[in-house]
Design a protein around this ligand. Structure first.
Ligand SMILES: [Zn+2]
Length: 301
């Protein structure tokens, strides 16, 4: 079996790529419960890629119901060290037009009640999170996105890609009120979604490089003058976004397959983060987290 370094979290349509050979579906158990669904392993450009449908096949799980810890842990347990997340977002700025792509580099947390750390239970740890997205992976995703066209040429035009931006992660499942949407705009935020921040936090704790390809589906409710949006137009945006996302992923997988060096700090994120001395960490906690923290403690003699 090939090792699996690259994971993709996103919709189920993502792996309907002609060049992707589906190898198997794998059920993965984690100490934090069930991930959203089984993981589909696909092979492309000579590497294996693990696809996890964020909301489960058929879209059954609300953002606030997601078991983020199980999702990230399940990929980590397969050997994944790089996660590309694909998600739909609303635009908070005029210039981010529905169908455009954005690769965020910051987050603002507007969630509540979400389990978003592997630590606790007797082990304190604080990872650095000033730069919550892996810069080198974000560059790779941005470069891949700029290669993609909205439709196969000659009919298509190059995908519009915005690099960098602040993603407001809201609790949901309801969309924002207009007052909230205007508030986020006044903060200078760029896009709004419901899922990516917890993934980024847990990926960092698991020392996994993480970047997001945000697909802009609509203007959030701040935008006036969009009152004539009809269902057919929204469906067309979603269809186009899905095609473009597949194209970006295919390109990104190709780049990873060519040999990606992890020249970022993600692989050592816990080096300065673990606070509690080994002899004070409860054995049960240590054993559960051993795949993450074991390398930082001398093995017993
Ligand atoms: Zn990284």
């Amino acid at each position: 079996m090939n090792e699996i370094k690259l994971g993709v979290i996103g919709g189920t349509g993502l792996y309907e790529m002609p060049a992707l050979e589906i190898v198997e579906d794998r059920e993965v158990q984690t100490p934090f419960g069930q991930p959203s669904d089984s993981i589909t392993i696909g092979r492309m450009h000579g590497i294996d890629v693990a696809f996890l449908p964020r909301h489960g096949r058929g879209h059954r799980i609300l953002p606030n119901e997601l078991n983020f810890r199980a999702n990230i842990w399940s990929l980590k347990s397969l050997g994944v060290d790089t996660i590309v997340s694909v998600s739909a977002v609303g635009s908070l700025k005029e210039e981010y037009v529905p169908t455009h792509l954005l690769v965020p580099d910051q987050f603002i947390d507007r969630t509540r009640h979400r389990a978003d750390t592997f630590f606790g239970d007797g082990l304190a740890a604080h990872v650095a999170f000033a730069d919550p997205i892996c810069g080198s992976l974000a560059k790779l995703v941005g470069d891949a996105a700029e290669m993609v066209h909205t439709e196969p040429s000659p009919g298509g035009v190059a995908a519009q890609v915005h690099r960098g931006g602040t993603y407001v992660c809201m609790e949901g499942p309801q969309f924002s009120t207009r007052a909230e949407s205007l508030l986020y705009r006044s903060w200078g935020a760029d896009v709004i979604g419901m899922t990516n921040l917890q993934e980024a936090k847990l990926a960092r704790e698991a020392e996994i490089c993480y970047a997001t390809l945000a697909l802009i589906t609509d203007y959030d409710c701040w935008h006036e003058g969009e009152e004539d949006v009809d269902g057919a137009a929204v469906l067309e945006v979603l269809r186009q976004n899905s095609k473009v996302a597949q194209g970006v992923l295919a390109e990104a997988i190709c780049r990873v397959a060519q040999g990606r060096q992890r020249e970022c700090g993600c692989a050592d994120a816990l080096a300065l983060a673990l606070v509690t001395p080994r002899d004070l960490i409860p054995e049960e906690t240590f054993e559960r987290l051993e795949p993450l923290i074991g390398k930082y403690f001398d093995s017993p003699t």
